[in-house]
Design a binder for this molecule. Structure first.
Ligand SMILES: Cc1cc2nc3c(=O)[nH]c(=O)nc-3n(C[C@H](O)[C@H](O)[C@H](O)COP(=O)(O)O)c2cc1C
Length: 146
């Protein structure tokens, strides 16, 4: 596979095989991502990869935490405008239709949303952190790293 094909075929995956890849492979991938350009070469990311028991412990704690424990930076600006509003709406419709969840099925939608906090069952969880003092330019760097 070449880069063009990899870009064409990339997609968000929300279901995973249970088997964790070798830790050395995960480490190699993260090191390769670290080749990303960053302004002033700050490399403003900190990365944690968990698997096995440490991951299970984290996910248990996340599942047990009340939703209000989540400081929840709002992911989108309020009153999202066009064309983004329509895109977001269509994305939600597509996602829930593909899962067989109806608009009325609030509990089902909540359950699906909670799977975010369980890494959708992935056997390796990677958390990428940035110092909250960093600004928009460093968040761009972080996006490039991701
Ligand atoms: C920063 C970011 C956050 C996202 N958050 C979620 C999320 O919370 N739950 C989810 O199911 N997908 C999430 N996605 C995936 C997007 O919904 C997905 O990229 C979009 O639907 C396009 O589909 P594709 O990635 O398969 O091309 C996120 C993607 C990005 C880049």
């Amino acid at each position: 596979m070449d880069v063009s094909e990899a870009l064409r075929r990339r997609r968000s995956v929300r279901a995973f095989l249970p088997e964790a890849p070798p830790a050395a492979l995960v480490q190699a991938l993260l090191e390769q991502a670290g080749q990303a350009a960053s302004g002033g070469n700050l490399q403003p990311w900190r990365v944690l990869a968990l698997a096995g028991e440490p991951l299970r412990e984290l996910l248990t704690a996340v599942a047990a935490a009340a939703p209000e424990h989540n400081p929840g930076h709002s992911h989108y600006p309020p009153n999202l405008w066009e064309p983004y509003r329509t895109r977001r709406f269509a994305n939600g419709e597509d996602l829930y239709r593909s899962l067989g969840l109806s608009r009325e099925d609030k509990a089902g939608r909540m359950q699906q949303f909670a799977r975010n906090g369980q890494f959708f069952g992935a056997p390796v969880g990677v958390m990428v952190c940035i110092d909250e003092r960093m600004g928009a330019a460093q968040w761009i760097d972080l996006g490039i790293y991701l």
